[in-house]
Design a protein around this ligand. Sequence first.
Ligand code: NAI
Length: 332
Amino acid sequence: MTKAVVLGAAGGIGQPLALLLKGNPLVSDLGLFDIVNTPGVAADLSHIATPAKVEGYLPPDDGLKKALAGADIVVIPAGVPRKPGMTRDDLFKINAGIVRDLATGIATTCPKAFILVISNPVNSTVPIVAEVLKSHGVFDPKKLFGVTTLDVVRASTFVSEIHKDLSIAPAVVVPVIGGHSGITIVPLLSQSSHPLPKITAEEHAALIKRIQFGGDEVVKAKDGAGSATLSMAYAGAEFAAKILRAVNGEKGIVAPTYINLIADKAGGDVVKKEIGQELEYFSAPVELGPEGIVKIKSIGKVTEAEQELIKAALPELAVNIETGINFIKAPK
Ligand code: NAI
């Protein structure tokens, strides 16, 4: 019996994500919460012939608490998305408060749940959730994840395009580390399961840039109607499926994700040494188990050029982290 909950379930990401979770046989209960439309989304999904029992809630009558009651996994895609010309940081003003309030609901209702944060800017919203949980004395760094899977999915797709063979895309594995915005996204192409064919230095640089700024392609193409929703829902469901499998006892599942490095001694210190900075949060491959992170993996052998990308990511990441922490610890 595993209950998954989506907060922001009526949105562009929330709806297809809820659909994919409804199709996951490991989900027995699916709770949906949003400030609009969840009864309709829940009624619609409830007709699908899969095991998950679906319930939708709105804010009145303690809807958030009802949705979260008994949750094992909470996925958060609530908040506003980008419009052309906006960076993920521009979203902070609105999304920080939304994420804080939802995290408070989790802290008081289902503090032991796995928490998967999709709402941007992920580099800052994950520290916000952690600080809220800390203030309630229920923070477990092994169970809090920033969802960076879309960067990983994009890397697989774009690398397979370079190979001129999309059929290999599902099998291409490229570790993507760092954070989840622009230059903080660091793809380790040298570790690709499918080594790159001979390409020029310009093509190599363009590939890195495309993985870092792939979200902008979607924002531009949607022309004011939002950012990635369908590919994000796919990526979010992929990551949630890995968590569900780990919760159900499957061993050896590894996924890159944005996590707290300080409080977790399961390898966080190794990563900090590798990147050469005392950062509190970083995206790295982690091994998952029924209680959350089993081990934060070493980022492995990187090229000199990749070391430079990591170096370039650190200052922005450090500022993003501090902004998130201060939003709770030292509100202005
Ligand atoms: P959307 O606007 O289509 O949906 C957001 C939903 O959140 C709406 O249904 C809205 O009613 C709901 N919402 C707002 N305040 C809420 C609250 N207090 N409680 C519950 N629900 C609330 O936006 P979309 O496209 O689904 O994006 C959602 C978030 O995901 C954005 O912050 C976006 O930047 C982020 N995102 C993250 C990605 C990642 O890789 N981590 C990729 C793409 C988007």
